[in-house]
Design a protein around this ligand. Sequence first.
Ligand code: NAP
Length: 337
Amino acid sequence: MIIENNIQLAQYTTFRIGGRALYFCVVKNEDELVEAVGFSKKNKIPIFILGGGSNILVSDNGFTGIVIKMEIMGKEYIEKAKENADEVKVIVGAGENWDSLVEETVEKKLYGLENLSYIPGTVGATPIQNIGAYGSEAKDTIESVYVLDIKKDEYKVIKNIDCDFSYRDSMFKKEKNRYVIISVTFILNKNGKLNLEYEDLKNIKNPSLKKVREAVIDIRKRKLPDIKEYGTAGSFFKNLIVSHSKAKELLSLFPDMILHEVNDKKAKIPLAWILDHVCGFRGVRIGDVGIYKNQALVIVNYGNAKAEDINNLAQKMSKAVYEKTGINIEPEVQFVV
Ligand code: NAP
């Protein structure tokens, strides 16, 4: 395995932003991963695991450690026997492209991942964020996650129940830099049920796995910028989950505000609605940075924006939301410094 020096990171991120990594390597198997982790320990430098680079903002000053680009591949479909004959176990290498996996499972007529279509990034990143969309979350299909525990220098299989999954969160996010995800095992179904509870999917005629995937791709293409054309990391901030009393207070200020019940204590509020209708940010552009015209949660690099420009705009957005609503918004994008 080759460990390179001073590698420009902008080329590895969908934001197309970021300085140089002091060290950089690509790992294609577990031995190479162990070698790269050993290098970081020997030189007492931090590690950053890079997947698809689709949810990160790398500092203009780069990263003074080793960036390990995860390219451990492989897909294995295992039919379950007897009483679980409906289930298929799918073991997938962390470096595999997420949407290619979703496409393949839909083609194989396996239920479970279709609502998570067209999300950029790698399979290894999906448990970290517990990615979710249109009523489905990664945790609904993940059976277990196979990792290298850097702290203890041992391999582990972490079962779903022990991953501490919650809304866009997991133990892997809480204990950053401890676990390197090597592969993820999903359980999919041959005779599953489509999840059409979200408004955007309710009107699909004669719904099928393929049609749900097509509908999700269509919505995402309409709402989100094409990463081939623009630099972006998708939604920059997390959507809001607030108490019912806070939701009531906001509704009295903004009667048209959209609201989704979570349970008897909490409600979800689309932050994009607030950024658009309350703060007027949708479509705003300052030099090479801007807020996407079709989705106010998305910050765009229109050319040669720096991480600092993105941060300045994000801070402006946070301040405006706080002043209008009293809510502190949280970035969904991970900062690499
Ligand atoms: P959206 O569809 O406008 O929804 C905005 C907010 O309203 C989200 O918090 C969503 O909850 C909630 N919501 C909408 N319909 C709902 C329903 N029928 N029941 C309960 N809650 C409902 O959001 P968007 O920003 O354009 O994103 C589309 C989808 O992609 C959303 O599901 C969003 O969460 C997802 N997404 C995921 C990631 C990620 O995993 N990293 C990043 C960006 C967007 P949910 O968030 O629970 O769906």
